[in-house]
Design a protein around this ligand. Structure first.
Ligand code: NAD
Ligand code: 3PG
Length: 323
């Protein structure tokens, strides 16, 4: 009997062909061509397994899927804030992810955004495209990353990779998370634990690397930006819902913060009029931090293996198992 895997996010024909090449025996693969909720719901009703990147799998889809033939939902990546895992548990649908699979890619993006803002790369580039030679104007707004204090909010797979990448920059690295790392791990990654207030007060660069949860939703707002160092920068490659975007725009516009690097938005794609897009020294990217063509085959193979295991009644490795 063939099991049907449906990928909710639209993907290119080339990627789909690559995925077909990695499909285990006894499985068929389809994608949904649009982000239309009715088509997403129809997919939940015909699939044995759903794969989702950023498209939500909500309670209604879980229930409709469970009433039909849905057995599992696999997050393509790590952050599962758009998957209703409470309902999945209630209706007996397995939820999985590929923990840590994109940590290096996201860490590289976070450091790239830090450098882009510190070194005024994008404002210089945009000036050149407009035919303007901004050497004199941009120069005074250009700083080193070397030697700065970087505060990491969250120090899991991604935060640890950021700490490793920053080694060559001789930064002081602070981190905050609910449980402190053992001392030998702090030494290994060259990081010092701090509470959020201390981290905000002392960091030149604050970079977010925690999940979006009820505790972290809107965690970075007016009060937190006011507590940051004058002229500091904020990097967000975690989730848009952690940051009050209007407050961040105010903090940059007022000059309190010197800039920001933002890969993720509260609503994606961000609606027209989002103030972060177009602010000088706010570098924005379309949620691409996790993307790395180099990782594609390995991530897809791991996802398919997890799904194959559920279909065969075998355990999924603890690290990828959510529900
Ligand atoms: N932009 C992207 O494409 C992209 C890609 C991958 C992951 N992400 C986001 O990054 C997040 C982190 O990924 P990861 O693989 O490092 O996950 P992880 O689970 O390994 O690490 C999360 C860290 O956040 C910490 N944390 C939890 N609550 C916290 C709080 N209230 N304050 C501070 N820290 C807290 C945890 O202790 C842990 O250290 C994901 O949940 C996802 O939302 C974004
Ligand atoms: O959580 C993740 O792994 C990343 O944000 C990638 O997920 P996406 O498919 O939502 O971009």
């Amino acid at each position: 009997m063939s099991h049907l895997i449906v990928v909710l996010d639209p993907i290119s024909p080339q990627r789909l062909e690559q995925m077909h090449g990695l499909l285990p025996d006894g499985f068929a693969l389809e994608t949904v061509a649009s982000r239309d909720p009715a088509e997403q719901m129809a997919a939940a009703k015909r699939a044995d397994f759903l794969v989702t990147g950023d498209l939500p799998v909500d309670a209604a889809m879980m229930r409709a899927g469970a009433a039909a033939r849905l057995k599992g939902v696999h997050k393509w990546g790590v952050g599962y804030d758009s998957i209703d895992i409470d309902t999945a548990r209630e209706v007996g649908i397995r939820v999985m992810r590929t923990t840590g699979s994109n940590a290096r890619a996201v860490a590289e993006t976070a450091v790239t955004l830090m450098l882009s803002v510190q070194r005024s790369i994008v404002s210089g580039h945009e000036g050149m495209l407009r035919g303007e030679w901004l050497k004199g104007a941009v120069g005074p707004r250009t700083f080193l990353l070397t030697g700065k204090t970087v505060g990491l909010v969250g120090l899991g797979f991604i935060g640890k990779n950021v700490a490793k990448l920053l080694r060559g920059f001789d930064c002081r690295i602070l981190y905050t998370k609910p449980t402190k790392l053992p001392a030998d791990e702090e030494r290994e990654f060259g990081v010092e634990h701090a509470d959020l207030q201390t981290l905000l007060r002392e960091s030149d660069v604050v970079s977010l690397h925690c999940a979006l949860t009820p505790e972290t939703r809107w965690m970075m707002g007016k009060e937190q930006f006011a507590a940051m160092k004058d002229g500091a920068i904020l990097i967000n490659t975690a989730r848009g819902g952690i940051v009050v975007e209007e407050d961040l725009a105010d903090a940059v516009e007022s000059g309190k913060l010197r800039g920001a690097g933002v890969d993720v938005f509260a609503t994606e794609p961000p609606p027209a009029g989002n103030r972060l897009i177009g602010l000088p020294n706010v570098v924005v990217t379309p949620h691409i931090a996790a993307q790395a063509t180099d990782n594609f085959d390995a991530t897809v193979s791991r996802m398919f293996e997890n799904i194959r295991r559920v279909a065969a009644g075998e355990p999924v490795p603890e690290i990828d198992h959510l529900v």
